[in-house]
Design a protein around this ligand. Structure first.
Ligand code: FMN
Length: 189
């Protein structure tokens, strides 16, 4: 398949086996994320890879954090909600958390560095696909909180870009009929 065909055929998949993915394979995927265009060579990409028990601890942290914002965390409905939050990181054997660090270069723009890291995330989805792994890019409002940035040990002012859930697919993802660019494009001659 050509690169164009691969880009068009890639789809997200939320169904993962619990089996481990080797560090070598994950590194291969991460290495594709730092091969994107970047203004002022800021190297904004930062990654935290969560596997095994670290996902359990992260889930507990997310649930504790959510409970603090609830009037009555012991309420039956809230207990269900908190259990769901706690289990979220367990939906895949690996989570690559990708962030864009704030550059010390006064000329650098955060929006551009986020764009570079986001491009890197797409590279990772394609690399994972090539290696027979399933992925889904997730965020949610919590991704943009300082608490989560601090908990994961990112530098201050890092902006999270993606939680990439990754693992061996337990079921093939469905192919999709994609839109074409024509409805989003104006041509100016
Ligand atoms: C920045 C960003 C954040 C996203 N966050 C979520 C999310 O939290 N939950 C979710 O189900 N999908 C999320 N998505 C969408 C999925 O990653 C995916 O693109 C979508 O389900 C369409 O599937 P496809 O990749 O097969 O086209 C997000 C996508 C992006 C780019």
């Amino acid at each position: 398949m050509s690169v164009i065909e691969k880009i068009k055929a890639r789809t997200s998949n939320v169904l993962f086996e619990e089996s481990e993915v080797s560090r070598e394979v994950i590194t291969k995927i991460l290495d594709t994320a730092v091969c994107t265009p970047v203004h002022y060579n800021t190297d904004p990409w930062r990654f935290v890879v969560l596997q095994g028990e670290s996902r359990v601890r992260f889930g507990e942290f997310l649930a504790e954090r959510a409970a603090k914002e609830m009037e009555d965390p012991a309420d039956a409905l809230n207990i269900t909600k908190l259990t769901r939050i706690k289990n979220k990181p367990l939906r895949a054997p690996v989570i690559i958390v990708a962030g864009a660090a704030k550059s010390t270069n006064p000329k650098a723009l955060m929006a551009e560095d986020i764009a570079s890291v986001a491009s890197g995330c797409q590279n990772m989805l394609l690399a994972a696909d090539e290696l027979g792994l399933a992925t889904i890019w997730r965020t949610g409002a919590i991704a943009y909180t300082d608490d989560v940035v601090d908990y994961l040990g990112f530098e201050k002012n890092t902006r999270l870009v993606a939680f990439i859930y990754l693992g061996k697919p337990s079921r093939k993802s469905k192919s999709k009929i994609r839109k074409t660019s024509s409805e989003f494009t104006r041509w100016i001659n």
